[in-house]
Design a protein around this ligand. Structure first.
Ligand SMILES: Nc1ccn([C@@H]2O[C@H](COP(=O)(O)OP(=O)(O)OP(=O)(O)O)[C@@H](O)[C@H]2O)c(=O)n1
Ligand SMILES: C[C@](O)(CO)[C@H](O)COP(=O)(O)O
Length: 253
């Protein structure tokens, strides 16, 4: 357990901000522009992600963490696709890893933000109900809230990654019923998330809740959503196009 105090004792400010790390290259998607700028239904993926967060009632500010060379481009892109009038937006330059990009986004938050939702630009189709559920659980007092789904594949553990194409010996089969695949937005009490990033070591975490767990602070899961999947590989982009096309037919989205 850490001696970091996760809760602010006095009444918390309730304005929530969404920090959207969007500075990744998208190497697994194949050659092209940085992933967040690639089109989905003719509009950059990042614009979908910003809209998804700005639509949530709790969100008063969206901080986009852009690829460092594309900050000006991203600013103009967001000016072309403005959020609702009640939502402010900021664009800052990202870093070499997701963790560093989130840290740079957090550094731009104004003082009156009490709740922070960290959401991957690479999850452009997260439904607003999922965002609202995460924000509301944090506002009800949970310091760290993560949307998650049960795992459908059986998962095997190996001792270390092998060379590409080489067989990898299995060391364990974790009980599937106890595993969850986690998504974003991950929601946090601001002080807890800042403390977690301040305490981070060179051992990178693949999600923000992982840093909070390392401090010994409880992280809770709420139901995620199938459509909050991460666009990582080319097949994911095909699926995202199909989901968006269905929404446009069904909801005029
Ligand atoms: N240096 C980085 C790396 C990642 N991200 C963001 O973190 C989110 C999740 O990362 P991932 O899907 O792994 O994106 P990439 O790092 O771009 O993917 P790849 O590993 O295939 O290059 C994305 O919205 C991505 O833009 C970021 O802001 N800064
Ligand atoms: C934060 C995340 O989306 C939760 O599933 C995921 O860990 C990001 O991982 P990646 O390494 O950036 O693909």
């Amino acid at each position: 357990m850490s001696d970091v105090t996760p809760f602010i004792e006095e009444p918390r400010p309730t304005r929530a901000a969404a920090v959207i790390p969007a500075a990744g290259l998208g190497l697994r998607l194949g050659p092209g522009a940085p992933k967040a700028l690639r089109p989905l239904g003719g509009t950059p993926m990042l614009v979908h992600a910003v809209r998804a967060m700005a639509r949530a009632r709790a969100v008063a500010l969206v901080v986009v963490v852009a690829p460092p060379e594309q900050v000006t481009l991203v600013r103009s892109l967001l000016d072309e696709h403005p959020p609702p009038p009640a939502v402010d937006q900021l664009v800052v330059a990202g870093g070499a890893t997701r963790q560093e990009s989130v840290r740079l986004g957090l550094a731009a938050l104004p003082e009156d933000i009490g709740v922070v939702l960290v959401h991957d630009a690479a999850r452009p189709l997260v439904p607003v109900e999922t965002v609202d559920a995460v924000a509301s659980a944090v506002r009800s007092g949970a310091p760290a809230v993560v949307p998650a789904l049960p795992v459908t594949d059986t998962v095997k553990a190996i001792a270390k990654p092998g060379a590409p194409g080489e067989p990898e010996p299995v060391v364990a089969t974790p009980e599937r019923a106890l595993l969850r695949a986690v998504q974003t937005p991950q929601g946090f009490d601001r002080a807890t998330l800042l403390a977690a990033h301040d305490a981070a070591t060179s051992d990178l975490a693949t999600d923000d809740a992982g840093l909070v767990e390392r401090m010994g602070v409880e992280v809770v899961l709420v139901p995620g959503h199938e459509e909050a999947f991460k666009v990582t590989r080319p097949l994911d982009l095909l699926l995202a196009e199909a989901v968006l096309a269905r929404r446009r037919i069904n909801d005029g989205y």
